[in-house]
Design a protein around this ligand. Structure first.
Ligand code: GTQ
Ligand code: FE2
Length: 375
């Protein structure tokens, strides 16, 4: 829908004021409401302002989870809680304090820290929910996706599209923790979720340097002719850090040389895409990587949909609505729908992983953005 002309809507709903009633009419009205209630009916006129606000009024609030703290707890769960069939994963979800209970970081999105100790094996299963992993630190885990062993290393972005069998194992000598993102809340609230157990033993225990999916699909600008047509999710299982890092470096060096490349001064950014279509990696989840030079700032923006940031390296101030969050390595912050946000990099600059539910709203024509300062 593009830009709208304002973000603070002045035509607030007028409070509903019923006309003066006689005591007789008052009684009739109460009786009518009671009968409606008994038939499970509710009038619009008492609730239209709440149901249909002038602009989104999210229940989710902006919040920060500090990596140091969530990682320490994940490590404790590693000592106390085994991983295996039934519980399936040692994953601890981040629960938005505004959403009052369920493990949702946003109305559509799940974000969790998953922890796997040396020698541990998370059994294979599949579900219609789309999933990704972002590796903030460490290596030594392979995730096996439909029988393809995919290495997980620092800076890598990995996807497990809906209904692909997947399990993980750690063959290193150190535990590893990473960030999971899924559309679990969207599937749960829309009643679209399916789940099945798979093999308890991983179907491919090899530990290749590159997955088969990368060897087929992850050569820049080259698609294999053996696999024509559009795939609804990306066929690339792993977006290796070296490519992301090089792309961001090149954008900044082009800026240094006076050529176009960055989205804003000192702000390099890339989106992970499906090479068979050029669209987002999965139908419900968008993933991006942003790099800001020291002191650089992103353009403030309001957007329909939910974003989640995780700091990879460096430090930043994230402004969301009236709040500011100071963030460093591993910290996770969410931006609720339509709250104005911007990021300012700290003195060493910042590398930021980011994911969102924007593809859902773009597919439905419900997306909208507003940049109060123009672009
Ligand atoms: O790794 O398969 O955080 O199925 C939540 C659900 C991770 C996984 C989560 C999952 C997984
Ligand atoms: Fe899973």
């Amino acid at each position: 829908m593009g830009n709208v002309d304002k973000s603070d809507y002045s035509n607030e709903h007028v409070a509903y004021t019923p006309p003066p009633l006689t005591p007789e009419e008052e009684k009739e009205l109460e009786k009518m409401y009671a009968e409606m209630d008994a038939l499970h009916m509710k009038p619009l006129w008492n609730q239209i302002g709440g149901l249909m606000p002038n602009a989104p009024t999210p229940q989710a609030v902006a919040h920060k989870w500090e990596w140091e703290k969530i990682h320490a707890l994940a490590a404790r769960s590693g000592d106390l809680v085994p991983v295996g069939r039934g519980g399936e994963r040692r994953a601890i979800g981040l629960a938005n304090p505004g959403l009052g209970g369920p493990t949702y970081i946003a109305p559509t999105l799940w974000a969790a820290i998953q922890y796997l100790a040396p020698g541990e094996n998370a059994p294979e299963h599949r579900h219609s929910q789309n999933a990704f992993r972002f590796v903030i630190e460490g290596e030594g885990v392979w995730t096996v996706v439909n029988g393809d062993a995919v290495p997980m290393k620092r800076g890598d972005f990995l996807i497990t599209p809906g209904w692909a069998f997947h399990g993980h194992h750690n063959i290193a000598t150190k535990p590893m923790a990473w960030l999971d993102g899924l559309d679990i809340p969207f599937a749960y609230q829309m009643d679209t979720g399916f789940f099945e157990y798979g093999s308890e033993k991983l179907t491919d225990e090899s530990t290749p340097e590159h997955s088969r999916s990368e060897r087929l699909w992850a050569h820049p600008g080259l698609r294999p002719l053996a696999f024509p047509g559009a795939h609804s999710s990306s066929p690339i299982g792993r977006y290796a850090w070296e490519h992301t890092d090089a792309a961001l470096n090149d954008q900044l060096s082009l800026e240094d040389a006076g050529f176009p490349g960055v989205v804003a001064p000192g702000h390099a950014a890339v989106r992970f895409t499906n090479p068979s279509t050029g669209n987002d990696v999965m139908t419900t989840i968008r993933a991006e990587f942003h790099r800001l030079r020291p002191g650089a700032e992103t353009t403030p923006i309001h957007e329909v949909g939910n974003r989640v940031f995780q700091v990879f390296e460096g430090s930043a101030t994230i402004n969301i609505g009236d709040e500011t969050f100071e963030v460093k390595h591993g910290d996770v912050v969410n931006v609720p729908s339509w709250q104005k946000w911007s990021v300012g990099a700290g003195s060493e600059g910042v590398d930021l992983f980011c994911f969102s539910d924007h593809p859902i709203f773009e597919a439905l024509g419900l997306n909208r953005t507003f940049t109060p300062e123009g672009i």
